[in-house]
Design a protein around this ligand. Structure first.
Ligand code: GSH
Length: 223
């Protein structure tokens, strides 16, 4: 089966990109730059009316698959031998716990308030408050993540590298990008991120997107 992943460099689509490489899937990449506004243009909306990345086009399916958690689970299940989605019920639930929380709360709400306050309020007078609130809740989330990872578990879900890890890496990059002092604030997470970044699939995906995990250039306004 062949897939096409629509991605924007450094966006959450990076997690899907990494997982496609990890499992050894046959896939094509289509660049749709969020920064250039390509996701809101008519040609792209005809492919994904949600106007977001990543959608995954799947051979034989008339409609693209959207929502990163669904894509990660779908790809992992297509390649069960990779155990990127763990087999045990509790471990699987822990893996889904990470990806749903990051997607629904940290990405959509926290970074949404920071980077896209206009989504939460059309009144520009509210945007400064939303941006500040976004930074506050992101800081809380980072502390929460660090507290979990500091128990010596080695990976996001104790027991092995799973689909949660690339998503945790995306969040690590974004946190660097908004100027969070990640190595001092989140040492265990920093260690995990460098371990993930050393994997050949991750090296290839980062090189392909032309990015690093340090994301040294601090841009507080958008990905
Ligand atoms: N719930 C969606 C969120 C996807 C999303 O917000 N992607 C961002 C990039 S990280 C995007 O496409 N933003 C484009 C925009 O806001 O115009 C998912 O999990 O796939």
């Amino acid at each position: 089966m062949t897939y096409t992943l629509y991605y924007s460099p450094s966006a959450c689509s990076l997690a899907a990109h990494i997982v496609l490489r990890e499992v050894g899937a046959k896939f094509n990449l289509e660049l749709v730059s969020v920064r250039d506004g390509a996701t809101s243009q008519a040609p792209y909306l005809a492919i994904n009316p949600k106007g977001r990345v990543p959608p995954l086009a799947i051979e034989g399916e008339s409609r693209v698959l959207t929502e990163l958690p669904a894509i990660l689970v779908f790809v992992a299940r297509q390649f069960p031998e990779t155990t990127l989605l763990p087999a045990g019920l509790m471990q699987e639930a822990r893996c889904l716990e990470w990806i749903t929380w990051i997607s629904v709360w940290v990405h959509s709400v926290d970074f949404g308030w920071l980077w896209r306050p206009g989504r939460s309020s059309r009144d520009g007078a509210h945007h400064e408050t939303l941006t500040k609130q976004g930074l506050d809740v992101i800081t809380d989330a980072l502390k929460d993540i660090e507290a979990q990872l500091a128990d010596g578990r080695g990976w996001a879900v104790p027991g092995g590298y799973r689909i949660a890890d690339p998503f945790v890496l995306v969040l690590y990059r974004w946190s660097n990008r908004i100027g969070m002092p990640m190595s001092s604030l989140c040492p265990a997470w920093t260690e995990l991120s460098y371990r993930i970044a050393a994997r050949s699939a991750v090296v290839a995906a980062l090189n392909c997107e032309g990015i690093t995990i340090e994301a040294r250039q601090v841009i507080a306004t958008s990905i």
